[in-house]
Design a protein around this ligand. Sequence first.
Ligand code: PGA
Length: 255
Amino acid sequence: MPALVVAGNWKMNTTISDAVALAAGIRDGAASAQGVDDVELVLCPPFVCLAAVRQAVEGSAVKVGAQNMHFQDSGAFTGEVSPGMLQGLCDYVILGHSERRQLFGENDEAVNSKIKAAQAAGLKPILCVGESLAHREAGSASDIISGQVRAGLEGVSDCSGLIVAYEPIWAIGTGQAATPETAAEIMGGAIFETLRNLFSAGADDISLLYGGSVNGGNAGEFAAQDCVHGALVGGASLQAEQFLQVAVAVAAAKD
Ligand code: PGA
C-alpha cells in the first residue's frame, strides 16, 4: 500500500508567530495521537513561514511543504519562488491547486513544468486535480480529471515520491465534501487508471489523497476506500486538534 499522508494546506493564513504555534501544537499533539506514527504529516504554510515552521518541527516526524513554486531556477520573475529556494526548507510542494489554476491562471503546461522542476530539485510534488461543478453536472468529471493527470505528468518518467490529490472544486471550502463513493469512483477510476497507463506497476505506490471539506468527522469514510491513502486538508488544518483528528481517522481506517 502507498504511504498514508495527511497534508495541511494553510493557504494565505497565519503570520509567522501563528504558524509556529500551530506547527508546535501539531508536533506535540502528534506524539500522543493514536496511530499517527503511521501517517506522514505535511504542513504547508505560506512561503514566509516555511523557515520558522521547519525549525518548529525539527527533530519530529512532521514534514513541511510549500503551496506553490515557479519552475525556473532564477531570473526576472517578480514575486516568485524557485525550486532551489525551497531546497532545505521543505520536502513537499503542492502544485496545480485549483485556486492557482482558477485565480492565477495556471494551466496544465505550467503545472507540468513545475512537477518536473520539483522532482529535479528533490522535492516531492503533490499534484492537485479537480473538476468544476459544471463539468461534473455535464458528466465530464472523469475526462477532465484524466486529462489533468496526463497533462500534468507528461514526460515524467519517475513517479517515486509523487502524490496526487483529488480535490473537486465544488467541495473546496464549501463544507460540502464529495461522498466517499464519488471520490473513490474518480480516484480508483480516472486517476489510478491514468497513473497505471503512465507508470505501470509504479502507480501502485503513489499515494492518492482526497481533498475538499475534509474534517475529523468524515476523513475516516474517505480513507476506508482502498484507493484513498490520506487527505489534503484546508480549513480543518488551521487548528492542531482538528488536523490531528483527520490523521487519527485516516490511521484508524487503514488499521
Ligand atoms: P478545504 O480546502 O479543506 O478548506 O475544503 C482543501 C484544499 O483546498 O486543499
